[in-house]
Design a protein around this ligand. Structure first.
Ligand SMILES: Nc1nc2c(ncn2[C@@H]2O[C@H](COP(=O)(O)OP(=O)(O)OP(=O)(O)O)[C@@H](O)[C@H]2O)c(=O)[nH]1
Ligand SMILES: [Mg+2]
Length: 342
């Protein structure tokens, strides 16, 4: 349940729904078991659409990171915290590792690289149904990170037969990494993944209060839920052209008032989002409002507006205006006028 006022705290605190325990923030040594408390950052890295966000949500037990069947759903990093008596893990879900073709993808790649650079442990996630997502030791994303311990999690185990699973585990292990098969969808293998990751974390006291499961603001989640609904409802270019930002948020009133602007790139997309007689935007509003209400356990009045921010995905100034961090020196060479739909 959601418990803080947005004005007084920069981040929300959602109590974790499992494995809670008292932790001394000063003392990271358990006298009885003689084992030290461990705490650190685990980056959930990997190609797009392999299930990184689904895995973050399953590990933390909250719908923090939006999920869709389309690749490149996650655009900004999302953190989730898991605290037990013995450890605290800050999982970082980042955009998929892609070769950027235009400015938004530069920002996404930058966010993915930053998550890797901060990690104490990398959990590299692959899609078990797509053997080409298994990394090799020459993968350019990983070469500079050889000093960071890495586990490869073969996700979507629920879709694999035993022989394919064994083949994939072997393909990873010959590269010198430990592999574990998991299903973010059913929860199979997640305890095993944690057992592999925890010993690799540094000994450290907890960095966050034990009841926190998120570090981002409620505004961020509200924006993302509206975008997730658009990702679910639309096909082709439209979902990729959508960006959502909170315009007004008043939580001191009942119901909580939230106004979100849905930015699109073209007038034609604005028409699609609104729909005939406003039918589409009404549906987006209803579905998104329920998700926000579930998170904060309060009634919400959600107002949506649609605005055109022409070609925002390919314009650095527009991306900055929307709050994206961009690398200082964009890679020369990608043609930002090329028609790409994701
Ligand atoms: N069957 C099955 N489907 C899964 C599993 N994990 C994720 N999926 C599905 O895979 C698709 C992609 O999941 P996401 O969690 O959005 O993947 P992602 O790696 O975060 O994707 P990007 O943010 O686009 O990089 C969704 O349709 C999920 O429901 C799993 O363990 N089993
Ligand atoms: Mg994702």
């Amino acid at each position: 349940m959601f418990q803080l006022t947005l004005q007084s705290y920069p981040s929300i605190l959602i109590p974790t729904n499992s494995l809670q325990a008292e932790i001394s923030l000063q003392n990271n040594f358990d006298q009885e078991t003689q084992s030290a408390f461990r705490c650190g950052y685990v980056a959930l890295a990997g190609p797009p659409n392999v299930g990184k966000s689904t895995l973050l949500n399953a590990l933390v037990g909250e719908h923090l990171s939006i999920v869709s069947s389309k690749a490149q759903t996650t655009r900004e990093r999302v953190s989730g915290i898991l605290t037990t008596e013995d450890y605290q893990i800050l999982f970082i879900d980042a955009p998929g590792l892609i070769e950027p073709r235009y400015e938004l993808q530069e920002a996404m790649r930058w966010a993915a690289g930053a998550a890797l650079a901060e990690a104490d442990v990398i959990a590299f996630i692959v899609d078990g149904t797509k053997p080409d997502t298994v990394p090799d030791s020459e993968s350019s994303d990983l070469i500079s990170l050889r000093s960071v311990p890495m586990i490869v999690a073969i996700n979507k185990r629920d879709l694999l037969d035993a022989a394919s699973e064994a083949r994939l585990i072997e393909a990873v292990e010959v590269q010198g990494w430990n592999a574990i098969a998991v299903s973010a969808k059913t929860g199979e293998g997640l305890d095993g993944l944690l057992e592999c990751v925890v010993p690799l974390l540094p000994e450290s006291p907890a960095l966050f209060p034990k009841d926190d499961s998120a570090t981002q603001s409620l505004r961020f989640f509200a924006e993302e839920y509206v975008r997730e609904t658009c990702m679910e409802m639309y096909r082709d270019e439209v979902p990729y052209s959508v960006m959502c930002r909170v315009d007004e948020f008043r939580e001191e009133q009942e119901p909580v008032f939230v106004r979100i602007v849905i930015y699109v790139e073209k007038e034609s997309q604005k028409g699609i989002i609104i729909g005939r007689g406003g039918s589409a935007i009404k549906k987006i509003g209803e579905l998104s409002r329920k998700k926000i209400e579930n998170l904060i356990d309060r009634q919400v009045y959600l107002e949506l507006r649609v605005k055109v921010l022409a070609g925002w995905r390919r314009k650095r100034a527009r991306l900055r205006q929307l709050g994206f961090a961009l690398p200082p020196h964009p890679k020369a060479g990608h043609n930002s006028n090329q028609g790409v739909d994701k």
